[in-house]
Design a binder for this molecule. Structure first.
Ligand SMILES: CC(C)(COP(=O)([O-])OP(=O)([O-])OC[C@H]1O[C@@H](n2cnc3c(N)ncnc32)[C@H](O)[C@@H]1OP(=O)([O-])[O-])[C@@H](O)C(=O)NCCC(=O)NCCSC(=O)C[C@@](C)(O)CC(=O)[O-]
Length: 262
């Protein structure tokens, strides 16, 4: 969905320039003017849902174009089990091959210690290469994720919420010790496809734990796109009791219409 915001900004505000030609400065200025910090998750969240496996070279081209278009935060892929998400299997090659631009944050999704270990091996090879003197690292951030219901967490991570948090805490700590930024996700923050309406209190509780383990920001996801603006607002008011709004992000579906400012 955040991909959708960026596309919308490009198409409506910048009609004369195609996304690949949009200058970094123009894009960034537009985002700032609307007080929106965009995290582009298309290469990960979009491509993980594709039926087929997209070739590494195509993913690399997509990410290169996104950074050239001015996206400053890009989630490039996942270090998850390829048995669970085969579409993300080539992430190590993708992040090695992309043209990294200074000041762009490149994040990868990591579900557990094994994912961080795989990323760490790749970063160690980069650090001991000559490339480290001239080129930013393949990733400078990880995204960790859990959900606001046990049923969804079980379907996504094969465990419960509480167990996922126990597993993620040392992952976050190790990543921070490695100098990486850590961002958190809470899925199904409004409604769960298995259990229905989700309590805002539970979202607050899970988000708070992610912040306490060192996430600089937590993204609250209306993962299945069922929420209304009123429901999102109620949930946010609850979460804001524990977390300053500057540390919150939304991963939500928005239907764009003419009444919106962009
Ligand atoms: C967490 C597990 C691995 C647990 O899955 P599991 O089956 O319980 O894992 P396991 O520990 O029993 O290991 C099973 C096999 O996977 C391997 N393995 C284990 N971990 C890894 C790893 N990191 N990378 C590579 N391989 C791994 C492990 O080595 C083993 O291999 P085997 O011995 O059978 O050959 C699995 O559930 C998983 O990978 N889940 C990821 C699911 C996923 O990526 N979902 C989509 C992203 S989440 C999302 O889209 C929501 C979000 C983020 O956008 C937020 C929102 O909703 O807004």
């Amino acid at each position: 969905m955040l991909t959708q915001i960026s596309r919308n900004l490009l198409q409506r505000r910048l009609p004369s320039i195609a996304s690949t030609q949009c200058s970094k400065r123009t894009y960034a200025t537009e985002a700032k003017r609307h007080l929106v910090n965009i995290v582009e998750v298309g290469p990960r969240d979009g491509l993980q849902n594709e039926k087929g496996v997209i070739p590494v070279s195509v993913k690399v081209e997509l990410i290169n174009r996104l950074s050239l278009a001015g996206c400053q935060n890009i989630e490039t892929g996942s270090f998850v089990s390829p048995k669970w998400v085969p579409q993300m299997a080539g992430t190590a090659e993708v992040i090695t091959d992309i043209e990294r631009i200074p000041n762009v944050h490149y994040a990868v999704l990591v579900p557990n210690a094994k994912g961080l270990e795989n990323l760490s091996t790749l970063l160690a090879a980069y650090n001991s290469s000559e490339l480290a003197e001239t080129t930013p690292p393949p990733a400078d951030e990880i995204s960790i994720f859990t959900a606001a219901t046990d049923a969804f967490t079980r379907a996504n991570l094969n465990t419960s919420i509480s167990e996922s948090l126990i597993r993620l805490a040392p992952v976050a700590k190790s990543a921070i010790d490695m100098g990486l930024r850590v961002r958190g996700y809470v899925s199904v923050a409004i409604a769960c496809p298995y259990t229905g309406a989700v309590s805002p209190e539970k979202v607050r509780e899970v988000a708070k734990e992610l912040i306490e383990m060192g996430c600089y920001e937590v993204s609250l996801g209306d993962t299945v796109g069922m929420g209304t603006p009123a429901q999102v607002s109620t949930m946010l008011e609850e979460v804001k009791k524990d977390i300053p709004v500057e540390k919150l992000a939304g991963h939500v579906s928005v239907i764009f219409n003419k009444s919106l400012p962009f």
